[in-house]
Each structure stands twice: as C-alpha cells, then as structure tokens.
Ligand binder design. Structure first.
Ligand SMILES: [Zn+2]
Length: 674
C-alpha cells in the first residue's frame, strides 16, 4: 500500500515530538504537556504505524513495547567488562603514573582522560547497523543479564544512532544512573501516594533495571553516560579517547560534559580536587573520578591484569553513607518549644567529617525508620547537608534494643508536653522554659540575625543560668562589671562583648525581623516582609489576608506572624529593643510588589469558566503577578475549578490545596483590582 506523503510526514513529526517530550519529562522537572495529551500523541502514532505498516525498531512506540518477562536471560560479554583499580589519596595516584612510565620505558608526561565516576549501574549496549539491539548489565564482568526491554525505556539512550553510514556492530559501555532531581521527584511522588520512600539513587536505579516489566522501569527517570567503546566492526575509531567521546556525542549518545583531558598526573589530581569540591552541586551522584590513559595505542601497549586494565585508575572520594550504631536518643527543646529527638551515634567518618549525633526530626520519623536505641543504621552525609539516618540495618541479634519513647515532661523545665500540629510536640511553658529562652537568645545573637560577635551558645547558657539575662532585650542592659566576673571571662573579653553588643544595635529591618524568631520566618521570608511593608509597625498591624499577598507567604506562615504580633509581650519586647537603641535604615517599599498582590503565587485553572473566557482569567492572574501553571503540584497555591473539573481537582484535593469556584475567583479579582 502506498503511504501518502502527508502520513509519512505526520509520523515523523509525531516521533520527534514524542521523543522531545520524553526527554523533557525525564530531564526537567516539569513536563511541557499533561500526561493525557502525551498519551494522545502516542496513541495516534501507534494507530498510524499499525494502519500503514510503518513500524520501525527505533520508533518511540517501541520504548515500552514489550510484554513483561518471566525471568532474565543470562548472557556472556564478548569482551569482558573489567573492573578498576582504586586509590584514595594523591600519593597513590602519583605512584600510578610512575608505574605506567616504568612499563612504557619513558618518563615523559602522559595524557589522561579524566571523568566523574558516576554512582550507577554499568551496562553494555550493542548497536547493530546503528539500531539498538541489546542492553546488558555488567554482572560479574564475564556474564551479565539481558535488560534490553528496560534499557529501551530510557529516553536519552537512542534507539537508533544518528549516523549516515552506521557501523555493522558497535558496543557502547556506560553507566545508567538516577539523577538527584529525578530521585527527589520520585520520592515526592512516593510520599504523595503513601508508598515506600527510596533510600538512595544508586539502589533505586539498580532496582529499576531489575524489573521484569518495563512499565515499572519507565516510571523511574533513569539516565545514562557513555564511558567507553567495547567491541566494534565496520568502522575506524580515533586514537584519542577525547575524540571518541566527541564522535559518540555526535551520534546522539549521552556523554558526560564534565569529562576533561589533562596532561600529567598533577593536572589529574587538580581535576579530582575540583570535582570533589563540586560534588554537591553536580546533578548526579559520584563516588570518585576515573583517570584513563587518553591514547588507545598506549592503552593497548599497557594491556590488562587478570581483572583490571593497567591504563585506568579510580580515585575514590570519601563515602557518603556508612554504617554505625545508635547509642542513645536525647530530646532537645528548640526556641519555639518544639521537642526534637536527636540520636547519639557511635562516631563515624562519613562524607568527609566525623558524625556523632544527628537529628531524627520527630516521632513519626522514628516510627517510619522503625528505629530503636541500639540499632545499627546507615548514616548519610552528602556535601553540606546535615547527616541523617536513612535506614535501619536489621541484625539477627536484637538484644539490648530499647524502644524510643517521648518524655512525659519537658526535659528542660518539667512542664507538660503538648501536641503541636501533625507530627510535632512542644513544651507548653513558652518563654518561662529556660531551654526556649536560651535558644531564642542564641538565635537572636547569631551571625545571620543580629550578629553579636562573641555571644555564642556557651555564653548564652551561662548568662541565662546565672540569671543575668532572661530575654533578648536584657542583652542590651548587660554591664561590664558583672560580665567580667563571669567564669572564663576577663576584662578584655567583657569589653569586646559590650562593644559588639553596641555595634549590633545598628542593624537592618530584615535582620531584626529574622532575629525575633517568629515561627517559620527564615531570613528569606524576613527579607520579603521587609521589602513589602518597609516598616515594622505595618507588619505588626497587617492582617492575614494582607500577609498572604507577600511573595512566598502562605496561610500557615501568615498565621504564625499574626500569633507573634498579637502577643503583647512580643510587642513590649520590640519596643524595649528600640528604646535600648536598636535601629535600622529606612527601606524603600517595593511598590511594584504591592501593585501585584499575587506575586509568587501559582494558580491552576481547570474545568469550564462560564462568565469569563479562560484566556481572560489567565491574563488577569498574570497581571496581578501570579503564575498560571498547567498542572497541579505541591507548589500550587490555589486551583480555580469550574464545572467539569476532573483529575486536576482530585489531585488538588489529595494535596489539600485551596480550591475556589468561579464565583469566589471573580470576587477575588474584584477585591484585588481595586
Ligand atoms: Zn520546657
């Protein structure tokens, strides 16, 4: 049957469109089109391919084409996938070069290809005539498993290489991994659905590739970076690894942009240092760097040992996950009275530092982990992020385990403990509780708040215990004589402290607001408040409705701000601080922000609006500063639902997002446009 040109063109456009959306969906956080629209594109393509017999192996319809397998097929790698020798310090890396120079009989500097060692799953991809034919796990290096059906679901892996004269055969080797964003997105979804939270990206990627049903794999946004070529037939490859990577990229294969060619081992050491410094900001997890001889002829001259090539070396970074034991759990009282369980750990070196305690956040977290005192746990510390317990390792010996119980009274003052929101507990005593008093003073004096140099945690505790200060205003009444009498404090330190306190009086409104320690008002929110109102009196007088117009302030934070300023003691405190000389320069109010009262808010329109076309509704929202999104997420502030609203409305309800009908929407527009 002759296929009309129109159809051929539509099919090719559909394929390009679907692949673009696949990539967007996986690579970026927000898909460009809703799932339903995407499904329509795929259904149309399937129909045309079937009707006009246009199906080709590289069509995106083939990515999740296959049926679920009943088991994995074992296969033997034509060329074994070797492992790598490892070093973890610069001296051993330098020795690596010395060994190479000795073996080559030449002590000249060598050229290396340096790449991040992505923490994922090593795979082999076979392309025959440019078409992806087989994907396999590394396995033990000799025998792996056939995971073709799962590999095909990964959008960044081309089903067909973009090459005019495709080689008869080429094996691409690389690492399949789950990026940090994809991992976070997956766990957000798991949380919403109430299903199991994934522990780390590597295990999640490995688990996804071990699915018998490719539809399960497709739910995980896997990615891949190529790191070498295995066997090949029917083409000549360049001699330099760097050139090969360029070639692979030109064929549409994903190549890590952080690969770099360096001359001499010192330059490789620098590469490792720089990479380690960037570890936290990379989009994917790494456990080190791989240093390879760049020239393939030299690689062949050096050859391999039984299990490892002589021309490559892995430089390992400090592990970000380690096992240790929970020795005890203590309960700390924060500045707003929140009681937080903190685990004391057998000290462990993880992520480059020694960790001996970590917060457990709340009792629900303890329950989720199934944690008891005495348990062996996996502690994770990545970059500057605070260490956390990610998993309890079940051991057979369950002796000496002790259940973790919430104390019956506040550990600092003995007052009753009350429930605070869904998962938290707090001391009911308020400012009378010495722990709360100490924490609020420490916060007030801290660097990002009033920045009183020399007034650290220890000294605050001492001053409160001695009865020398009871609240933040008392700081400004401290006299030099009594200070100098304190233990470990001489005249000189007392002088310095008084000078620092005096200096701190000249502050800024955002700092002052932040220093007050209003619940959930962090430095960024304090800044927004200051810019929006410009004056503390106005902030104190603002009602919830007004506060919610400030960017990034929702109903909960607005309520905390109201509670704070409705308390006469807090108002008296602010007045006292101003009487003692705390000052800040005036702020020019951002008139623009006030003119756009919905700045920072995200609205979603769904269903049919009867009194206003949807475009008009959207235009009005944008004019008021709001963002109008196509789909509902945790970041949505409000959903406007007309008759016929379906899945978006359900999702909004599931996420407990505010929903208003058309009448309420029109009233809102009226109120804001005055
Ligand atoms: Zn207390």
């Amino acid at each position: 049957m002759a296929v009309p040109d129109k159809i051929t063109q539509e099919v090719s456009e559909l394929r390009a469109q679907i692949e673009t959306h696949n990539r967007l969906y996986h690579a970026l956080d927000s898909p460009e089109i809703p799932d339903a629209d995407y499904d329509v594109l795929v259904a149309r393509l399937e129909l045309l391919e079937d009707q006009y017999d246009l199906l080709i192996p590289s069509s995106p319809t083939q990515r999740i084409g296959g049926e679920a397998l009943s088991q994995f097929t074992q296969l033997t790698h034509v060329m074994p996938m070797l492992s790598l020798d490892k070093v973890s310090n610069e001296k051993d890396l330098a020795d690596f070069e010395l060994r190479l120079q000795k073996r080559l009989g030449d002590d000249g500097e060598l050229e290396y290809s340096c790449e991040p060692k992505v923490d994922g799953v090593a795979v082999s991809l076979l392309y025959r005539g440019g078409v992806l034919q087989r994907g396999a796990t590394r396995g033990d290096g000799v025998t792996g498993e056939d995971i073709t059906h799962n590999v095909k679901t990964i959008p960044s892996i081309p089903l067909q290489l973009e090459i005019a004269a495709a080689p008869a055969l080429i094996e691409i080797r690389g690492e399949i991994f789950l990026g940090k964003k994809g991992f976070a997105r997956l766990n957000r979804r798991a949380e919403e659905e109430g299903s199991k939270i994934f522990v780390n990206p590597r295990n999640t990627a490995a688990g996804a590739l071990r699915q018998l049903d490719p539809r399960h794999t497709a739910r995980v946004p896997l990615q891949m970076y190529c790191y070498s070529v295995g066997i090949f037939e029917g083409l000549a490859l360049p001699d330099q690894l760097g050139e090969i990577f360029k070639l692979l990229a030109s064929w549409g294969l994903p190549v890590n942009p952080d690969i770099s060619t360096r001359v001499g081992i010192e330059a490789c050491q620098t590469y490792c240092t720089e990479l380690l410094a960037r570890r936290d900001s990379l989009e994917y997890e790494i456990d080190g760097a791989v240093i390879k001889i760049d020239n393939l002829v030299t690689q062949r001259r050096l050859g391999s040992n039984a299990r490892t090539p002589r021309w490559a070396m892995a430089f390992k970074f400090p592990a970000e996950e380690k096992t240790t034991r929970v020795l005890d759990v203590e309960f700390q009282v924060g500045r707003t009275g929140t009681i937080t369980p903190v685990a004391r750990l057998e000290p462990v070196f993880v992520g480059g530092v020694t960790v001996s305690n970590t917060t457990l956040h709340n009792m629900d977290e303890i329950e989720r982990l199934g944690l008891s005192i005495g348990d062996t746990v996996i502690v994770r510390r990545a970059g500057d992020v605070i260490p956390k317990i990610v998993k309890v390792v079940r051991s057979r010996s369950q002796k000496n385990r002790k259940k973790i119980r919430l104390p019956e009274a506040c550990p600092a003052c003995g007052s009753a403990i009350e429930k605070d929101g869904e998962v938290f507990y707090k001391c009911s005593a308020g400012i009378i509780c010495p722990a709360q008093r100490k924490e609020s003073i420490k916060h007030f004096a801290s660097r990002t708040a009033m920045d009183i140099e020399g007034l650290g945690s220890k000294l605050v505790e001492q001053l409160v215990d001695e009865g020398m200060i009871g609240n933040v205003a008392d700081i400004f009444l401290l006299g030099i004589e009594r200070l100098a009498d304190l233990e470990r404090m001489g005249n000189k330190s007392a002088d310095n402290l008084i000078a620092a306190i005096d200096k701190s009086k000249q502050t800024t409104l955002p700092r002052f607001l932040f220093a007050l320690g209003i619940r959930e008002v962090g430095a960024a929110t304090a800044q927004q408040l200051a810019m929006y109102y410009g004056d503390i009196g106005q902030i104190a007088a603002a009602d919830a409705e007004s506060l919610e117009r400030v960017p990034d302030i929702g109903p909960i934070v607005a309520a905390h701000i109201r509670t704070f300023f409705e308390n006469p003691e807090n108002l008296a405190l602010i007045k006292a601080l101003q009487d003692y000389g705390v000052r800040w320069p005036e702020i020019a109010v951002d008139a623009n922000a006030q003119a756009r009262p919905l700045l920072g808010k995200t609205y979603v329109l769904t269903g049919t609006l009867q009194q206003m076309p949807r475009d008009e509704a959207k235009r009005r929202l944008l004019a008021l500063g709001a963002k109008v999104a196509g789909s509902v997420s945790k970041n949505t502030d409000c959903v406007v639902a007309g008759p016929g609203a379906g899945s978006k409305l359900m999702k909004a309800e599931a996420l407990a997002i505010k929903v208003i009908d058309e009448g309420e929407f029109l009233a809102l527009l009226d109120a804001l446009s005055q």
